[in-house]
Every structure is written in structure tokens, then in C-alpha cells.
Design a protein around this ligand. Structure first.
Ligand code: ATP
Ligand code: MG
Length: 500
């Protein structure tokens, strides 16, 4: 092997950053340099498991063959002893003659080298020749030992790089998942189920139907499905079928050709074309006319549609995520929604329950919206009082999460002090609880109010009797003076005021 070639090989190996490519190249070079017939490179993981194996002119089947046992024994010996082995004919060596199936006529010249880095063995390079006894000259053996050092160094570096980049990818993945779901909050069992479903179905291309009342987070979930799918780098196109007049919806969805109707002066892309390769979010899909339902069915069945005013059939690759506030099965029963379309859409159904049915989520969401609002608006509010949270839990949120978000934003704006109090809540909530009927769950609060009123008037009375003398008042009430002071402070009562 000439020096120039060796230099080229070394340069290539050290420059190769893809560990797989590097290892494949290394084994090819090893065969080229040694003149071996076959070769194999094995790498071991930290726990001794084989995590990389590549072979030339050898098949996995061959290795498992009993005839290969001699080679396996040699590899294991090198692995254990971490010393190179270079043999004229392995069959001559008693240590390696264990195998009963050895074909005595066979010749096996072997070079087997440990791959090590900083004293740790992490792989073995195996080369052999079955036709020439002493196929490897002693110079070949020693130059291959040197070459093994080069492979070790470059392979080790490439593997470390790979480990690092895997780690980075894992971290990114974790971060991405955390981030993607960060906005879809919920720890109630119902929401956990929704989130699980989202993560299960996101990666598939399945059509998803999201059902839930207004403000429950249908659009948010639709976005989460897209962003956690393989289509995430392709467009997500949303269209609200209920907000667009029926006669325009078709051209919005499928586009139109020039001259399709008066005023169509040039061709226009429809939403399906815009969403090619990505996802389309059909909001309020229940509002689609029967005629359009047929066209949507065609897309779901065949992936086909025709732009308005065109005979051309377009093929599309778009994932459909649809949402509805009304339960679609009821519309099917009433004959308003086509049943065949319903079955296609309903492949995977995600139902988001109303907020009143998952009250566990209220404190979490309230805090989340509060932190968001605080960061956005520079207002003095620092916390939400526990009383407010209790009232929010009591309320049944006809507008669901959106309503909660608005309530919190409003409170942060109105709040002039550090704490959001009942006074900052909108009348819908306070009116409800201002009625005589105090809900059972508010018992704690009611008790606290009564107790506070009692304490305040008691303190005032006893102070009046002692003519503002705190020591005496404390004695009269059987309290420690320190304790008495604390209570006065708590109720903002000043003894001086009473002396007057
Ligand atoms: N689980 C949640 N975590 C955080 N924010 C949420 C959650 N659910 C809803 N929201 C927020 O509530 C608001 C309403 O959500 P979204 O628009 O997705 O509801 P929707 O079901 O599509 O409502 P509509 O039927 O009225 O269109 C949004 O600001 C959204 O970010
Ligand atoms: Mg919506």
C-alpha cells in the first residue's frame, strides 16, 4: 500500500461525519489494504451489546452458521483480551479448533484487531481469507494494527458525534412535545384522554373529527394535530365553512378557473391546493351544503376534486381535520348531514368536553391565562385570590375556555392592586352568587365571612369597654396581648381612634 493512498484513506475517514458511512468505508478500506477476502466490523455499546455490525462478502446467515464458529471464537478472544490476533491458518491453532464442524481442508488466514479508544475497547475488526494460507504477511498485520488505530479514532469520534446529535434530537423532541402541548392545557382525566388521543393520531394521516361546544379548544387541538404530524412543515390551512356564504365556499375550497364566472378574471387557488402536502382544517363542517358535502366526500374517497368551472380532476394529498359544535350524528339523523360523509369524517373522533364538566382544569387554565395576561399587559396584579378561584370553579362557563380567558384578561386590566378579587369578576358570575342561594361549596367562604364579621365587632366592642386600652381589652377577652394586637392589625382597627 503506497503512502499516498494511505494518506487519502486517512483523510477521508477523519473527515467523514456520518458514522454509518464511516464504518462502511472503514471496512472496505481494511479489505483493500489487507487483501482480505472477507471482513467484518462490530461495535459494542456501553453495556456490551452489539450495536453496529457490518460485513463484506459475509452474510449475517454465514456468521450464524456453525462453520463460522472459529471466527466467532477469535472475535470473542480479541474482545476479551483486547489483543490483536494475526494467524497464518486458524485451523492450526488448538485454541480455535473447538468446533467439530471444521472442514480440515479449509484454510483460514485471520487478522482480528481490537478497536479501542482511551483504553476502552469498543469494537473489533475482523478480516480473513479462506483460500490462501498465510494470506497476510507480517507487515500487513502490523500495518493493519496501525490502521485499526486510525479507524478507532475516527469511529470513536463519529460515534460520539452521533450520540451527541441523538441527544440533541431527543432534547429537541422533548422540547417540541412540551411546547406543542404547552398551549393545550388540561390535567383533568378528560383532557388527558384528549391529549393522548392527539398524540396517538397526529402521526397517522387519518381524518380527524373534533367535536365540542364553542370555546372548548377545537381549533387549538386541530393545530396540535397538525404540528405533531409528519406534515408539520407543510401548510395548515383553516377555513370556517360556517362563516362563508354557501355560493363562495366552493370556490374558496377548490379554487376556480379563469372565466368560471363573471369576474373570474384569472385562475385562483383553492384552500385544498394551498394545503397540498399539509392539513386542512374545516371548521364548522356541519354548515356545509349537501352539494358541497358530496364534493368533500369525493376528496375523502378518492383524493379528487375539480376547481369551479373546470373539467380537470385534481389529485390532492391533504389531511382533513374537521370540527363541529353540533353533534354530527344528530344532524345525520335529521337528514341534514350525509351519513356516508359522516362515517368517513368520524374515523377518529376527538370530543372535547365543556369546561363545566372538567372543573379540575379551571385553576390551571386560570393561572395560565393570568400569567399570559400579566406578561402582556403591565398591570400590578400578582396573584388571583383563592376566593376568586373558588367562584370560578362554581361558575359553569357557557363560553367555555374562551370565556375563562376573557374573564381573566378583564380582571387583570381592572385590578389596581396586587390581588385579583371578586370585585374584578364580571357581573355574570357575581350576579349568580349574589342571589340568596349560596351554593353548598361556598360554605367555607360563608363561614369565613360570618367569623370575620363577628371578630371585627367583638374587637370593637371590647375596645370600647376598655376605652381603647389594648392591654385591658386583651385581659377582658382572655387573649394574649400580642395576639390581640395581631387581630387589630388584621382588621385595620386602630385603638387610638377608639380613644377619641
Ligand atoms: N386546553 C386549553 N389550553 C389552553 N388554552 C385553551 C385551551 N382550550 C381552549 N383554549 C383557548 O381558548 C380559546 C378558544 O379556543 P378555540 O378557538 O380553539 O375554541 P373553539 O372550540 O375552536 O371555539 P369555537 O367553536 O367558538 O370556534 C383560545 O384562545 C384557546 O387558545
Ligand atoms: Mg373554532
Amino acid at each position: 500500500m503506497n503512502y499516498k493512498r494511505l494518506y487519502e484513506i486517512g483523510k477521508h475517514l477523519l473527515a467523514e461525519s456520518d458514522s454509518e458511512k464511516l464504518l462502511h468505508a472503514a471496512i472496505d478500506y481494511a479489505i483493500e489494504m489487507s487483501g482480505a477476502e472477507r471482513g467484518m466490523l462490530i461495535l459494542f455499546g456501553e453495556n456490551g451489546e452489539v450495536f453496529f455490525e457490518t460485513a463484506r462478502n459475509l452474510k449475517k446467515k454465514d456468521i450464524e452458521n456453525p462453520k463460522f464458529e472459529i471466527s466467532r471464537t477469535i472475535i470473542n478472544t480479541v474482545r476479551e483480551k483486547a489483543n490483536p490476533i494475526c494467524l497464518r491458518n486458524a485451523h492450526d491453532v488448538p485454541l480455535f479448533q473447538k468446533s467439530k464442524s471444521i472442514d480440515r481442508l479449509k484454510i483460514l488466514s485471520v487478522i482480528c484487531l481490537p478497536l479501542q479508544y482511551q483504553g476502552r475497547l469498543f469494537g473489533v475488526l475482523y478480516l480473513d481469507n479462506r483460500t490462501v494460507r498465510g494470506a497476510f504477511k507480517s507487515e500487513t498485520c502490523s500495518s493493519m494494527e496501525e490502521f485499526a488505530d486510525l479507524i478507532s479514532l475516527s469511529a470513536y469520534r463519529a460515534l460520539e458525534r452521533k450520540k451527541l446529535s441523538n441527544r440533541v434530537q431527543d432534547l429537541e423532541q422533548e422540547l417540541r412535545q412540551e411546547y406543542e402541548f404547552e398551549t393545550v392545557l388540561g390535567h383533568s382525566p378528560q383532557m388527558v384522554r384528549v391529549l393522548e388521543l392527539v398524540s396517538q393520531v397526529a402521526e397517522t394521516d387519518a381524518t380527524v373529527l373534533i367535536e365540542g361546544e364553542t370555546g372548548t379548544g377545537k381549533e387549538l387541538v386541530a393545530r396540535a394535530v397538525h404540528r405533531n404530524s409528519q406534515r408539520k412543515n407543510m401548510p395548515l390551512v383553516s377555513i370556517n365553512c360556517g362563516a362563508i356564504p354557501e355560493n363562495l365556499l366552493e370556490s374558496e375550497l377548490f379554487g376556480f378557473e379563469k372565466g368560471a364566472f363573471t369576474g373570474a378574471t384569472k385562475r385562483r387557488k383553492g384552500k385544498f391546493e394551498q394545503a397540498e402536502g399539509g392539513t386542512i382544517f374545516l371548521d364548522e363542517v356541519d354548515e356545509m351544503s349537501q352539494a358541497l358535502q358530496v364534493k368533500l366526500l369525493r376528496i375523502l374517497q378518492w383524493g379528487e376534486y375539480s376547481p369551479l368551472g373546470s373539467d380537470v380532476t385534481c389529485q390532492c394529498n391533504v389531511r382533513i381535520v374537521a370540527a363541529t359544535k353540533k353533534p354530527l350524528n344528530e344532524l345525520v339523523q335529521k337528514g341534514i348531514f350525509r351519513d356516508d360523509l359522516y362515517y368517513r369524517l368520524n374515523l377518529i373522533r376527538i370530543y372535547i368536553p365543556p369546561l363545566r364538566d372538567r372543573k379540575d382544569d379551571i385553576p390551571l387554565l386560570a393561572d395560565y391565562f393570568f400569567q399570559n395576561a400579566k406578561a402582556r399587559l403591565s398591570k400590578p396584579a400578582e396573584r388571583i385570590s383563592s376566593e376568586v378561584i373558588e367562584w370560578l370553579i362554581e361558575y359553569d362557563f357557557p363560553g367555555n375556555v374562551r370565556e375563562l380567558e376573557n374573564i381573566i384578561n378583564r380582571a387583570v386590566i381592572l385590578c389596581k392592586g396586587p390581588e385579583i378579587k371578586i370585585a374584578h369578576l364580571p357581573p355574570e358570575i357575581t350576579k349568580k352568587f349574589a342571589t340568596t342561594e349560596v351554593p353548598f361549596q361556598l360554605f367555607k367562604q360563608a363561614k369565613k365571612n360570618v367569623l370575620e364579621n363577628f371578630e371585627r365587632s367583638y374587637l370593637l366592642k371590647v375596645l370600647k369597654t376598655s376605652r381603647g386600652n389594648i392591654k385591658k381589652a386583651a385581659q377582658l377577652s382572655g387573649m394574649h396581648e400580642k395576639n390581640f394586637h395581631q387581630k387589630l392589625k388584621r382588621y385595620g382597627i386602630s385603638a387610638k381612634d377608639l380613644k377619641k
